[in-house]
Ligand binder design. Sequence first.
Ligand code: ADP
Ligand code: MG
Ligand code: ZN
Length: 494
Amino acid sequence: MTRSNVAANAFEVVIGLEVHVHLKTESKMFCSCAVCYGESPNTRTCPTCLALPGALPVMNAHAVELAVRAGLALGCEVRERSVMARKNYFYPDLPKGYQISQYDQPLNARGFLEISVEDEGVWTTKKVGITRIHLEEDAGKSIHEDGVAGADVSHMDLNRSGVPLIEIVSEPDLRSAKEAGAYLRALHDVICYIGVSDADMEKGQFRCDANVSLRLLEKAGSDEFGTRTEIKNLNSFRFVEEAIQAEVKRQKKILEQGGAIVQATLAFDRHAKQTRVLRIKENAHDYRYFPDPDLLPVAVDTMQIARIRAALPELPTQKRERFQTQYGLSEYDARLLTASRELADFFEAATKEHGKAKSVANWILRDLLKLLKQHETDLVNLALSAATFARLIQLVEAGKITPKSAQEILPELAMRGGEPETLVAARGLEVVQDTGVLESAAAEVIAANPDAKERYLAGEEKVLNFLMGQVMKRTQGKASPAQVREFLIQKFKE
Ligand code: ADP
Ligand code: MG
Ligand code: ZN
């Protein structure tokens, strides 16, 4: 090992993520303006979210309910009484001069999320601590534009001002970009499963800030952490992983050259794949937090918490475990099938229709997922119903079409819809049932390979596969392989 290698391996990466999730409410957090995406700028505003003098906030009860639901799903203790606080800073997208958030008394605290990381087919599971999940309002959105004669122009859209959010803060428990990616995906799954947000990353409904530090390997496991930097506003799983990798590289270089990390807020340049310093980090005391005098503490009673808990749907981990026990699936398959609620539902609906979970699972994992990947699309965008999918598999199992034919028409069924039976008929894909055709094809193939019979009878099994391939070719792949095999063996024995 070279010296630089030793140095490069001598650090442990420490990561904590802060994730902002828009709550799926009709109206904003403190006013009755509609929550919207893509409307004309500043059309969903009122004196409260524009911060006009004298306007007072009123808490959106549904936002609190959704935040409690998220807290319970992530194993948090829910506080019956939590406090809204003002986080003071100046920025053009924040007309009040402060953001209403929560500080020392957040709604949810001390939760966890179980993540699984795969390395060469082996899954390792790990519990990542969640420090807190608090309520806050979103700020407006700056839109930067090149102005006339080279002058930069910035516009302000306050439609987003006051949209309800939860911020989910993790413990610094993550140890690699890969683990951070796994955490974020698992979190996204839970949030979508429980329906508290659409979590559309392109719409900014699920955004991540990544805190990264390094420490000497010999400090691993201790409470002593290195100085962290915070990369702001990462809005895709891939960018989060790439940004962390880039930042680890930057910090390593500084440390290896004997420098010190300065606590700072960074941005990720996705094209250059580099992080760059935006500002030297402010600390909590710079924000001059204090309880918002315009808002009462947020109160949720035990009855309400119990009711929300009882209404929680099955979570991804629970579903995975049930799929293993109920359907006899391997952990690996159960993981893939519960990757999204839509896929899991599709699997269960198709299984109900078809009867055999194993068959359905195989066809989904082998063919359907491949198709989704090829077309870079999601299940929801397909024209394929679970019932149709089940019938396609049944056609194969009943010997009416070959697996190859099924794979051939699946893309069309998926993209354009329709009935498998109609497509099979239209394309002439029915398995050749006519034994006369099979028999003459088998006879022809054997005649064309005079030494085959002898070799087969002498125990050379693979000659049979070759002949089967020849017969399939002659029947354009529409013969049932099992039947062809039988015919050939029969012929050899004649
Ligand atoms: P702030 O608002 O100042 O960013 P928060 O408490 O909201 O502070 O978030 C801090 C985040 O940084 C948490 O996710 C935490 O796990 C993470 N973090 C804290 N210290 C470190 C560290 N030394 N290295 C990496 N991440 C850290
Ligand atoms: Mg932060
Ligand atoms: Zn408003």
